[in-house]
Design a protein around this ligand. Sequence first.
Ligand code: PSU
Ligand code: MN
Length: 305
Amino acid sequence: MTFPMVFSKEVAAARKAGTAIVALESTIITHGMPFPQNVETARIVEQDVRDAGATPATIAVMNGALHIGLEADVLDSLGQAQHVAKLSRADMASCIAMGGTGATTVAATMIAAQLAGISVFATGGIGGVHRGAETTFDISADLHELAQTAVTVVAAGAKAILDLEKTFEVLETLGVPVIAYGQDSLPAFWSATSDMPAPLRMDTAAQIASAQITRTAMGLAGGQLICNPIPKDAEIAADILAPVIAQALAEAEAQKISAKAVTPFLLDRIFTLTEGRSLTANIALVRNNAALAAKIAAEMVKPQG
Ligand code: PSU
Ligand code: MN
């Protein structure tokens, strides 16, 4: 028994040649950004990966097949589709079995990347521990995935709508290396820095690749989270965002938004409340992450000494 896995032309060629590939998720396209910026961004990010010397593999489930790399027309239709499922570890297999279509979250994209032999993945921000998780228990499956699937995830930290302290505590408990790129503090998604010291710091793509390879060689399961700060000229200061996030959270609570709907609801409200500035920053940070991921992927495919 197997399941359908479809590679885009460029990903198939890169696999054959053994060159660097970077996985990209699709929930950010369907649930994280409005149309048409979502499709435009997805395309630009794919080009950023190419420009930095790797092949992009945007991942999604289309009509029951796991797609590793989306042809341009498929990406277009996914970006405009309504009511696409948001797939995590819990629901990816059932979506494939039922012939469905769904976008992959960080957790599901990591699983798909590993199945396809891709070891580096770029996104915006991972899911994490939601504020108020002590009563709702809303903790993203992304965290457990990092603990068990050997894929290096490049993000701008966890989304600042979350309880960042609790998110990093859980990652520590799960044994996930959290590595800040080029600075001592953890970035906070829309803001480049925070007052949280980074557990680990690395300054080169080669160091990051070597750490993942060493981890796997030691028999340690799981990946690593690379926290790459948003470029300074694109950041939104944390004190400007704090009241906006607070308002979005209050609205989510008043409207009893729960489960998978929480993150998309908050991102959409913050987009409106910042008059689009949050989206501009989000696009800048994803592009920055794609470029770093491509460099790490290039290091990963070099013969290791
Ligand atoms: N990063 C972004 N925008 C997003 C997401 C990440 O810049 O929309 C998505 C990712 O797919 C991540 C998901 O896995 O949000 C987390 O959702 P949840 O909190 O329901 O686990
Ligand atoms: Mn959740």
